[in-house]
Design a protein around this ligand. Structure first.
Ligand SMILES: Nc1ncnc2c1ncn2[C@@H]1O[C@H](COP(=O)(O)OP(=O)(O)O)[C@@H](O)[C@H]1O
Ligand SMILES: O=C(O)C[C@@H](O)[C@H](O)C(=O)COP(=O)(O)O
Length: 320
């Protein structure tokens, strides 16, 4: 079989983060923000590309200055943007205003009405493109509304048909979902088909539509289906990987000079996936993910701050 062109193709939103420049104060008192490319799947693609993976992106951006900024940034980051569709119907870029109340208390105010990314349509998903990938990374938020929901489901079934691994990053954002029943329905459909599922404990609770779920019960349910590997993150407490063969592997968090909490999940996913693709062990992949997250939470952005392999390995060595 011919070598595939892309290590991974991410699908979902590519948006803008406006990160508070003034730290440790409420949004009401914040007057300056720095603009970065954002959106969980875009951040993951940017992080993975910086680590040396060949990456593509499937998404939709507006035909305006923000859309061009996003596509330009992603291109400069080495990502193939040929399947980033430019919306022609006046849709907007999603904006995430971040509030840094303290290093531990951060929140995000999302402006996501009529956003272009949720208008990605089924006829904009190319089987030829998906075939070129070893892995696709699906973000849960892409399932929040039609037509993006059907476009993502189409991408998943084309990946399955063409022997492309499906990595499902739960990436739950309450905004744009109608209710928790709906989240659970669509998350289950994709999680049951995915090869790898990554999320926080709270996100798995959304998937199962329960409160206070137990990892053992979650993996017992999902291992009845396609997943081979499930990663459940518990913030600074670390993360756990479960394999279908019954292994449980614990990843520990690294110490960090934390500036803000957001960006951890995306940088973790980028480096975890990178390490797996490089043929590292699951234990090593958990540590690459944790180290990458520790670096990003100490910096101002989620996308530009994505570390290099050298930076990740230096931190792992330093805190071994
Ligand atoms: N404050 C922190 N300091 C160091 N590492 C962190 C911190 N917060 C998160 N991490 C690392 O990032 C990983 C993912 O963080 P988590 O908060 O669980 O995900 P998400 O950002 O998706 O909510 C954790 O397992 C941990 O390794
Ligand atoms: O995903 C978004 O739309 C916002 C992100 O760009 C933002 O940087 C963020 O919230 C990342 O958080 P993470 O899930 O902790 O990586």
């Amino acid at each position: 079989m011919a070598e595939k062109k892309y290590d991974l193709i991410a699908i979902g939103r590519a948006c803008i983060d406006l990160n508070a420049v003034e730290y440790n104060r409420p949004m009401e008192e914040t007057v300056t923000f720095t603009k970065y490319v954002g959106g969980s799947p875009a951040n993951i693609a940017i992080g993975a590309s910086k680590l040396g993976l060949s990456c593509g992106f499937i998404g939709k951006v507006p035909d305006d200055q923000h859309g061009r900024f996003i596509t330009g940034f992603m291109k400069d980051a080495g990502i193939d943007t040929s399947n980033m569709v430019v919306d022609q119907s006046g849709k907007k870029t999603g904006l995430a205003f971040t509030e840094i109340l303290s290093p531990e208390e951060c929140s995000i105010l999302m402006y996501r009405d009529e956003v272009a990314d949720l208008y990605l349509d089924t006829d904009e998903i190319s089987e030829e493109y998906i075939k070129e990938a070893k892995n696709i990374v699906v973000s849960g938020t892409g399932l929040a509304q039609s037509p993006s929901r059907e476009a993502v489901l189409k991408a998943v079934s084309l990946a399955k048909k063409n022997d492309v691994k499906v990595i499902f990053e739960l990436d739950y954002r309450p905004y744009t979902w109608k209710n928790s029943e709906e989240v659970s329905v669509y998350y289950s459909i994709v999680a049951e088909q995915a090869d790898v599922v990554i999320g926080t404990r709270d996100e798995f609770d959304m998937l199962e539509n329960i409160e206070g779920g137990k990892n053992e019960e979650t993996v017992a349910y999902l291992f009845q289906h396609a997943p081979e590997l499930i990663v459940i993150k518990h913030g600074v407490e670390g993360s756990y990987a479960y394999t279908k063969a019954g292994e449980v592997i614990r990843g520990t968090a690294y110490k960090s000079n934390v500036l803000k909490t957001f960006g951890a999940g995306d940088s973790y996913a980028a480096a975890f996936i990178y390490a797996l693709i490089q043929g590292k062990t699951i234990q090593e992949a958990l540590q690459y993910g944790s180290a990458s997250a520790a670096i990003v939470v100490s910096k101002h952005s989620s996308s530009e701050a994505m570390p290099t392999v050298v930076e990740i390995e230096a931190l792992m060595k330093e805190q071994a």
